[in-house]
Design a protein around this ligand. Structure first.
Ligand code: 5GP
Ligand code: ZN
Length: 136
């Protein structure tokens, strides 16, 4: 299903033009309009899914091979020396466009970007409690 008011549905399906790096039956990979670094790209499924939870399993299984192939081209042709894959789900996680997308962000020496989190602290008991909460 495509969602009428979803900008990434329109881009993924070619109704709105984009700088396309790759396309197949399930995906379009485009350059991000506000690139964190040179080559910053987005993997967009053509079918609408708001986030990872809504993404069908068969499409989820194809996302990483697509990202890997584009990442390899970036390494070869842009000369990036690192790469971040980022995938935000929900406003709390920084998602601003509610159509699943995976960021591919090539990294360069002193590119001025910082992608990460503030490390916390945890005891073994706390980790065990969380492990149980997630898995039981
Ligand atoms: P999020 O914050 O949801 O993980 O990422 C949304 C990304 O989409 C941002 O990096 C933003 O620059 C990009 N973006 C938003 N609107 C458009 C658009 O119309 N075209 C393109 N190419 N990128 C967009
Ligand atoms: Zn959509």
């Amino acid at each position: 299903m495509r969602k009428d008011d979803c900008i990434f549905c329109k881009i993924a399906n070619g109704e709105i033009p984009s700088k396309t790096l790759y396309e197949d039956a399930d995906f379009r990979v485009i350059l991000d309009l506000g690139p964190a670094t040179k080559g910053h790209a987005l993997v967009l499924p053509k079918e609408h899914a708001a986030n990872l939870y809504e993404l069908p399993g068969d499409i989820a299984a194809k996302v990483l091979p697509v990202a890997k192939s584009v990442a390899e081209k970036m390494q070869r042709n842009l000369g990036c020396i690192g790469l971040n894959l980022v995938q935000n789900n929900g406003e709390a996680a920084g998602q601003t466009v509610p159509h699943f997308h995976m960021h591919i962000i090539p990294r360069y020496a002193e590119d001025g970007q910082k992608i990460g989190w503030v490390p916390g602290e945890s005891t073994a008991d706390e980790l065990e409690e969380v492990r149980k909460q997630i898995t039981e």
